[in-house]
Design a binder for this molecule. Structure first.
Ligand SMILES: [Zn+2]
Length: 305
């Protein structure tokens, strides 16, 4: 057996160390790439969701979400599924499994909450579906981005995920952003007509209350475009005291978005994808899914994860 000389060992040892170091670095910072979203409509476990399943597949909801999120560079695949959750109305990013799941139960609530006519705030039936749908997927995607890219968050992650969703909606819908934002806001408060009674412990949630989330969303939107959303202040949907600081709230959010999120977006692909018109025709009447029984919709305890 040939014994390596001390001189050759000096060459081999650093080479091995560097190779090991390179492998370790590759493990810590894997190559990020675009088109990392995988989608699945799981078969509903509750037959009551069969009709909803058909409607979601027909509307290509997940395919559209997949394309919209394709310009984001991610270090690993991100599955997004719609599935039955044994009666629990839920939507969440599962950190341990690196995936997003949205329950049929949750989407069923959105669909059944749709008004039959355009509301006094100007929310059309189709916008009352598209807004909350976009908001829930974008919110959960915000959690995924924070996790996958280890994005620092000072404050509550739930608020950061809400802001991420609002920024993405504004970016995506552009001159039709009002439809998307108001549709999403409708889900939180049913046109601000729902009176709420909350227990002190309701304020302990990691999420804002539905009304806080409503005002935060309108504030970011108004801060982004005072012309498009200006009348919300006059009509009392956004109180003047809050509206005063919304421009700087938006600028702060835009600064964070540019610094922390934009580097993970393929700009050339984003121009193509975000440049498309994503909002469906405003006159579309979504098929009605009747609520079991009757009564006023109650979103007072509503929260997504
Ligand atoms: Zn959340």
């Amino acid at each position: 057996m040939k014994i390596p000389s001390a001189a050759s060992l000096k060459v081999i040892v650093p080479a091995i160390t560097l190779a090991m170091l390179a492998a370790a670095v590759a493990e810590i910072t894997p190559q990020s790439s675009t088109h990392r979203i995988a989608i699945a409509y799981e078969t509903p476990t509750n037959p009551a969701h069969d009709r909803l399943y058909d409607l979601l597949v027909e509307a290509r909801v997940l395919e559209q979400i997949q394309e919209i999120l394709s310009p984001f560079r991610l270090p690993k695949p991100l599955p997004i599924s719609i599935e039955g959750c044994d009666g629990e109305s839920d939507a969440r990013y599962l950190y341990s499994e690196t995936r997003i799941k949205v329950c049929y139960e949750y989407l069923d609530e959105i669909w059944k909450d749709v008004p039959t006519e355009t509301t006094t705030a100007g929310v059309t039936p189709i916008d009352a579906i598209v807004g909350p749908l976009a908001d829930v997927f974008f919110h959960e995607f915000g959690h995924a981005l924070i996790d996958l890219h280890q994005i620092p968050v000072l404050g509550r992650e739930e608020y950061a995920a809400d802001t991420m969703s609002a920024m993405l909606m504004l970016l995506l819908a552009k001159d039709e952003a009002r439809r998307l934002i108001m549709g999403a806001a409708y889900w939180y408060t049913d046109d601000l007509k729902t009176a709420v009674t909350l227990k002190p412990t309701d304020f302990s949630s990691v999420h804002g209350t539905p009304h806080q989330r409503f005002f935060n969303l309108l504030c970011i939107a108004y801060g982004a475009n005072q012309e498009m959303f200006g009348d919300l202040v006059g009509k009392g949907y956004l109180p003047e005291e809050r509206a005063e600081d919304c421009k700087s709230e938006f600028q702060q959010a835009a600064h964070a978005f540019n610094l922390l999120i934009r580097p993970h977006i393929d700009q050339s692909l984003a121009r193509q994808v975000f440049g498309k018109r994503w909002m469906p025709d405003v006159t579309i009447r979504p098929p009605h899914l009747p609520k079991p029984g009757s009564g006023t919709p109650d979103n007072s305890a509503l929260s997504t994860n």
